[in-house]
Structures are given as structure tokens and as C-alpha cells.
Design a protein around this ligand. Structure first.
Ligand SMILES: NC(=O)c1ccc[n+]([C@@H]2O[C@H](COP(=O)([O-])OP(=O)(O)OC[C@H]3O[C@@H](n4cnc5c(N)ncnc54)[C@H](O)[C@@H]3O)[C@@H](O)[C@H]2O)c1
Length: 273
């Protein structure tokens, strides 16, 4: 293939900070980016698990460091970016992935402390990390930020009022930051994961959740990484303020497959086509 026909947007040498990367989706993104020769900063509050992710990346020949910091604490975030600057000298990509899903509480069970904690980590955490990273990126001539939304931004989960509010806020924040940061050549987008198995669900739960998804299966953390790579790369150079759904079609459907009038089990069989 003539190379001029295949402009491949590489992450070679780019410095990428992934928050909440000690497990789940963040870990998968950190490992995938390291596989594209990015220098990866594995942030988390779980020092041991973050160190484990760094070991798995460096053992495989990649470059990574772990930085323990609480994204909801301004001083902790400032110290993290100081460490990143001392170690790598810049930040090209920030993936705001850290988020609290639990505890789940019905609206009547909720209290102010629960509300504030989830808002602090999920929404304020995105603001604090972006606020530090964007200054570094602007001085360097550009960069890009990937936020982590949820289907809850568009369609609610039961007992998730605080969580869903943060995710709606994250999508609004993504658009607002895209406008303020566009003139500095900083793109800001969000990923919207569907149902991704990050807690090692049992076979029965995986099957049950998968039946609710048009593609017929629950997502894996690795499913998130292609869209993350795309948004981080120059192949997405004209995309900002956008949200990419990676949900197997969940948000596209009106009724779940199990209760639809014509369920997939009644669809024409391939051999009859
Ligand atoms: N898994 C899904 O189905 C799903 C669906 C929609 C959205 N999301 C979003 O994707 C992101 C990752 O979800 P996941 O399922 O991988 O979750 P996870 O719980 O497996 O990972 C989250 C990580 O964030 C870390 N963390 C928590 N508080 C932190 C803080 N204050 N500072 C730094 N790190 C902190 C945790 O230690 C953990 O390692 C979250 O923002 C979540 O809301 C997940």
C-alpha cells in the first residue's frame, strides 16, 4: 500500500494521563494506548492496583508510571500534574475516566453527603483534571481531552440520581469546554459506554444483561478502547464537543429485546434468507 494513501495517526511518544486507570475501562484504555507507544500515566486512588497496571505495561515493553491522586481534590490533582511534568514534560491527552458508580441509593434513601461525594468525584474531578491539563496543552500548542459519560446522561438508571446527574453534567461540560478550548487547539469529546462488564459478572448476569443489548452481548472494557484511541488521535482532528456512544446499540432501542413485540428470537433465520 502506498503510504500516502494511508495516513495513520499514531500516538507514538504522546503523553496520556488516564484517571481511574487501576482497573476496568481505565486500565484497558491505558494498556491499549501504551500499545500504541504512548507514554501513559496511570492515575488512581488505589496505589497497589495502579502499580500492577504499570508493571503489566512495562513488562510488555511499554512506558508507564503510576501517580496516586484523588481527582476530587484540587491539591492532589495539582501534585499529580507536577509529577507528570517532572517525569514527561508535557500532557498531550487526558482521559477523565475516574468515576464512582456506587453506592446505589433510592432518592428517598439519599442524603447530602452521598450526593456531594458522587458530584465531587465524577463531575468536579473532570473539571479539576481538565483545568490543570488544558493549561499545559494550550502552552504546548494543543491537545485533547476525553471525558467519560454514561447512558445515564440520556436515559436514567433507577437509584442513580447523583450518578446520572453527573453524567448529564459531563456531556454539557464537554460541549462547553470544547467551545472555550477550541481556539487553543484543544479538542474535548466524551465516550458514552453502555453496559461494560468491569466487575467480573457471573455467566447468568452477563447473559441477562446481554439480552438487553441489540448486539446481543454485554460489553468488555476492551470494547471502549478503539473509540478512545480514535478520539485521541489526529484521525479525529476535526471532531470536538461530541459524544461517541459505545453501547452495542442500547440507546438506539425503544424497548429491550426481551419485551419487544417482535423479539430477536422471532427474526428470520440466516439459513432461510
Ligand atoms: N462499566 C460500565 O458499564 C460503565 C457504563 C457507563 C459509564 N461508565 C463510566 O466509565 C468509567 C469507568 O468505569 P468502570 O466501570 O471501569 O469503573 P471501575 O470502578 O472499575 O473503575 C473506576 C476506577 O476509578 C478509581 N477511582 C475512584 N475514585 C477515584 C478518585 N477520587 N480519584 C482517582 N481515581 C478514583 C477507582 O479506584 C477505580 O480504579 C466511570 O466514569 C464510569 O462512570 C462505566
Amino acid at each position: 500500500m502506498n503510504e500516502s494513501l494511508n495516513r495513520y495517526a499514531s500516538l507514538d511518544g504522546k503523553v496520556v494521563v488516564v484517571t481511574g486507570a487501576a482497573g476496568g475501562i481505565g486500565r484497558s484504555i491505558a494498556e491499549r494506548f501504551a500499545g500504541q507507544d504512548a507514554k501513559v500515566v496511570v492515575n488512581d486512588i488505589d496505589a497497589d492496583a495502579a502499580a500492577g497496571v504499570v508493571a503489566s505495561i512495562t513488562d510488555a515493553g511499554g512506558t508507564a508510571i503510576s501517580v496516586v491522586a484523588d481527582v476530587s481534590d484540587g491539591d492532589s490533582v495539582a501534585a499529580m500534574f507536577d509529577t507528570v511534568m517532572a517525569e514527561f514534560g508535557t500532557v498531550d491527552v487526558l482521559v477523565n475516566n475516574a468515576g464512582l458508580v456506587s453506592p446505589m441509593l433510592h432518592f428517598f434513601e439519599a442524603d447530602e453527603a452521598w450526593w456531594r461525594k458522587i458530584i465531587d468525584v465524577n463531575l468536579t474531578g473532570h473539571f479539576l483534571c481538565s483545568h490543570k491539563a488544558a493549561r499545559i496543552m494550550a502552552k504546548a500548542g494543543g491537545g485533547n481531552i476525553i471525558n467519560m459519560s454514561s447512558g445515564g446522561a440520556t436515559r436514567a438508571h433507577r437509584a442513580f440520581t447523583a450518578y446520572d446527574a453527573t453524567k448529564g453534567g459531563i456531556e454539557a461540560l464537554t460541549r462547553a469546554m470544547a467551545l472555550d478550548l477550541g481556539p487553543y487547539n484543544i479538542r474535548v469529546n466524551a465516550l458514552m459506554p453502555g453496559s461494560i462488564d468491569t466487575s467480573g459478572l457471573g455467566l447468568d448476569d452477563r447473559k441477562l444483561r446481554g439480552e438487553n443489548v441489540p448486539l446481543g452481548r454485554i460489553g468488555e472494557p476492551i470494547d471502549m478502547t478503539g473509540a478512545a484511541l480514535f478520539l485521541a488521535s489526529d484521525d479525529a482532528s476535526y471532531i470536538t464537543g461530541d459524544v461517541i456512544k459505545v453501547d452495542g446499540g442500547m440507546l438506539a432501542q425503544q424497548r429491550s429485546a426481551t419485551v419487544d413485540i417482535k423479539p430477536p428470537s422471532d427474526f428470520p433465520k440466516v439459513e432461510d434468507l
